[in-house]
Design a protein around this ligand. Structure first.
Ligand SMILES: [Zn+2]
Length: 764
């Protein structure tokens, strides 16, 4: 022992020295806040973010091995031109720690800026005892400068072991496996995914996770819907950089930019459903949820009772007549989603919708006949676009009121690949456009007896830089404010207020108080987007199902149609041609997703002969409508819950990639094969806390639905009953007790059901 003493001592001294060095290094260079759940550290001399770590789980997002990283980047346009600055451009940095959970960082004296008073301050806090942090920024002394973009916060996330997923609520929602690998394959120097909010991002959040290993959660608590982008960029070392790009809309002469909201950065364990639950905790308490038209009973009764939508195009004989046929077969209310009713050619002749192409009398007569049969129809009108080759564009002087980019050019796009005629984006903040569009709605509803309007491209947000329009230029939140004013104007002209539906393309939390219905087409994404790495998930429904009615499906058994007003040379030789029956399973898959994920079912391009030619597929559709209709407390009003786990088989099958544009000019693949699940599920909690588990099989074989879970995990009492709803009836299949629910139910080939778990105290 004695012999070893010097060695032990020397080891101890080395150990202590190392410990002191690490401590001194921290004292010298790092400032940290931690709440026992997460720790955030910044360089004491520069304010660079050096560490983001979970203290409960061994999750490391950023560590000290990474090079110094600026938590913000600001793009400025001043007298010296456009430049991007970060912490390296600041000559002075200081900080305060006002309390254990708050850190204030300040950078000033920027080199290369003419404005010497310019300074940037950030407040990072861990207010709540959870794994979330809150980030605020302010820019002072900006007089005379144009601040184009403020990227804050920026977090560098190192690679982790295991399968990584990135989930984002792009309208309905999507998830990609191994985002770094997909980004690395991108051409060009910048390898980036970026989405804007409000708009393509229906909610202000994203989650990057490796199940069971690590979860990075990013969101924002902006209740006023300011324009912002969420982005993930891959750097050359394989790190992912998350950043929130804020787009100020500043009045000239402003001296300060300080967003009214915080960015939220946190750590979690789980998957996209866990992230949706975290976000729902916040989102369901916001004004747009309290004031959603659905939750306030402002949505018409006929909309809530719609069992199925028929999405057809053209004259009433091709729209109302097939819908009436399907309603008769189904025996439940069918509603109509009507494109190409209008006088102008689709996607280039807008907004010359009126009179309808079949003539005023014929159209009104068709609407009256539909009404007698209890069929309601909403008509297509794009709420953004004006064809720049139309006569009305010149006569009405629309150019002045179109949205402009930062160089003063009109924002325009060619959507119509057959005519190649462009359309311009109109500025929602101009009274001219609000008056024009609302007067069109007035005609469609009051004169032509439509039961509502589908406002195409509604859940988008256009940035306009035209100073003559009177709104702050660029970012900001004027678009959504004026959208609210426009729907108010439309509704002010409607006498039968309780009966009219305003529907919008996509989905978006900030539109909940303005729209009755949201089109979430991504259940059929393969038809218009082709094969891709992003998989559709019901992210929006997981957060807002009980606040928003969603519908829509490109699901078709026919080749998509061609507008009779488009150039004749591209018209198909066989209109109403059947799709090959190899694609029938794709049709079933789209209907199964739509049903189990809480949408109102929709069939596109329905014709009565399909009931004979595609009997099994039409029966599947009508069975879905019948099963769903018996469980509206779940499928229309329910709150999303995680489905109890069981194994789901997969199969490779044919996918058609044909839309009204996709695959029509020989420019791309029109079919491919993909591997997809054969069973689709969705679990929904009714207002009285019963559970409905929707299951839809697209398998040719019977499938045993077998699972077991604890009642308290689903806020169910320890004993109760289990029922099954199928297309024929609702029947009792057993009971449960002692807090354990076990289900063992054999679903027929292509079977559809809702498994109900209910409390014995329930009136059911
Ligand atoms: Zn404008």
């Amino acid at each position: 022992m004695t012999k070893n003493k010097p060695h032990i001592l020397r080891t101890t001294i080395i150990f202590i020295s190392c410990f002191l060095l690490v401590c001194c290094s921290n004292i010298e260079h790092d400032i940290s806040i931690d709440n026992g759940k997460i720790v955030l550290s910044f360089n004491k001399n520069t304010g660079a973010l050096v560490e983001f770590r979970d203290l409960i789980n061994p999750y490391i997002f950023s560590d000290k091995n990474l090079p110094a990283f600026s938590p913000w980047e600001v793009e400025i346009h001043d007298s010296s031109g456009i430049q991007t600055i970060d912490i390296e451009d600041a000559s002075k940095f200081r900080y305060w720690i006002p309390n254990d959970s708050t850190l204030i960082l300040e950078w000033k004296k920027f080199q290369g800026l003419t404005n010497k008073n310019f300074r940037i301050a950030a407040i990072v806090s861990l207010d709540e005892p959870n794994q979330m942090s809150s980030w605020r920024i302010s820019l002072d002394g900006i007089k005379g400068m144009q601040v184009n973009k403020v990227a804050f916060p920026r977090i560098k996330i190192i690679e982790s072991e295991g399968d990584e997923f990135l989930a984002v609520p792009e309208w309905m929602g999507q998830v990609i496996k191994d985002p770094r690998a997909h980004l690395s394959k991108m051409k060009g120097e910048v390898k980036k995914f970026e989405w804007s909010y409000p708009g393509p991002l229906s909610m202000q959040c994203a989650a990057l996770y490796t199940p069971g290993k690590r979860g990075f959660y990013a969101s924002c608590n902006d209740t006023l819907a300011y324009r912002k982008n969420l982005a993930f960029t891959l750097d050359s070392a394989g790190n992912l950089i998350y950043q929130l790009n804020n787009f100020p809309a500043l009045e000239s002469g402003s001296v300060k930019y300080e967003p009214s909201y915080s960015a939220i950065i946190g750590s979690f364990t789980g998957d996209w459903i866990t992230a949706a639950e975290i976000y729902r905790d916040w989102g369901s308490k916001q004004k747009w949820s309290r004031e959603s038209r659905f939750i306030k009973n402002q949505t018409p009764e006929w909309l809530e009772k719609t069992s199925l939508w028929v999405w057809n195009r053209g004259r009433s004989s091709n729209v109302i007549v097939p819908a009436a046929d399907l309603q008769k077969r189904l025996g439940l209310p069918v509603s109509v989603f009507w494109h190409w009713w209008h006088g102008c050619s689709y996607d280039d002749g807008f907004p010359e919708y009126i009179p309808p192409r079949e003539g005023k009398e014929s159209f009104i007569s068709a609407m009256n006949n539909a009404s007698k049969k209890g069929i309601n129809a909403i008509v297509y009108m794009n709420q953004a676009l004006w064809g720049t080759t139309t006569g009305s564009w010149k006569i009405e002087g629309a150019e002045k009121f179109a949205a402009k980019d930062s160089k003063g050019n009109i924002l325009s796009h060619v959507f119509n690949i057959f005519s190649n005629r462009p359309t311009a984006y109109m500025c929602m903040a101009t009274q001219f456009w609000k008056d024009k569009y609302s007067s069109l709605c007035d005609s469609a509803i009051n004169t032509y007896k439509a039961n509502g309007v589908y406002m195409d491209m509604a859940c988008l947000n256009t940035m306009c830089f035209d100073k003559s329009h009177g709104h702050p230029v660029g970012g900001g939140n004027y678009h959504i404010q004026h959208f609210g004013k426009m729907t108010g104007l439309i509704r002010s002209k409607i006498t039968d207020k309780q009966n009219i539906v305003l529907a919008g393309e996509g989905a978006g939390e900030v539109w909940l108080p303005y729209l009755d219905l949201f089109l979430t087409l991504a259940v059929s994404k393969e038809r218009y987007a082709g094969p891709g790495a992003w998989e559709t998930i019901p992210f929006f429904q997981a957060v807002y199902h009980q606040y928003a009615i969603t519908y829509g499906n490109y699901s078709s058994l026919l080749v998509p149609p061609y507008d009779e007003l488009w150039p004749k040379e591209f018209a198909p030789k066989e209109p109403l041609k059947m799709l090959d029956d190899h694609f029938n399973r794709q049709f079933l898959m789209e209907q199964a997703r739509s049903f189990t994920w809480g949408l109102q079912p929709t069939i596109a391009n329905y014709q009565s002969f399909l009931a004979k030619e595609r009997t099994a597929e039409i029966k599947y559709l009508t069975d879905i409508a019948k099963v769903r209709y018996q469980g509206l407390q779940y499928m229309l009003h329910g709150k999303f819950l995680r489905t109890p786990g069981f194994n789901i088989p997969q199969k490779e099958f044919d996918i058609s990639r044909l839309s009204i544009y996709a695959g029509k000019m020989g420019e791309s693949v029109t079919s491919f094969r993909g591997i997809f699940p054969l069973i689709y599920t969705g679990t929904w909690q009714s207002e009285n806390k019963n559970i409905g588990i929707a299951v839809a099989s697209i398998s040719d074989d019977p499938f045993v639905v077998k699972f077991s879970f604890k009642s308290d995990e689903y806020v169910l009492p320890p004993s109760g009953s289990i029922y099954v709803i199928d297309s024929d009836e609702r029947r009792y299949i057993g009971s449960y007790s002692k807090g354990i629910i076990s289900v063992d139910y054999t679903l027929n080939p292509r079977g559809i059901c809702i498994i109900e778990i209910i409390s014995d105290k329930s009136l059911n």
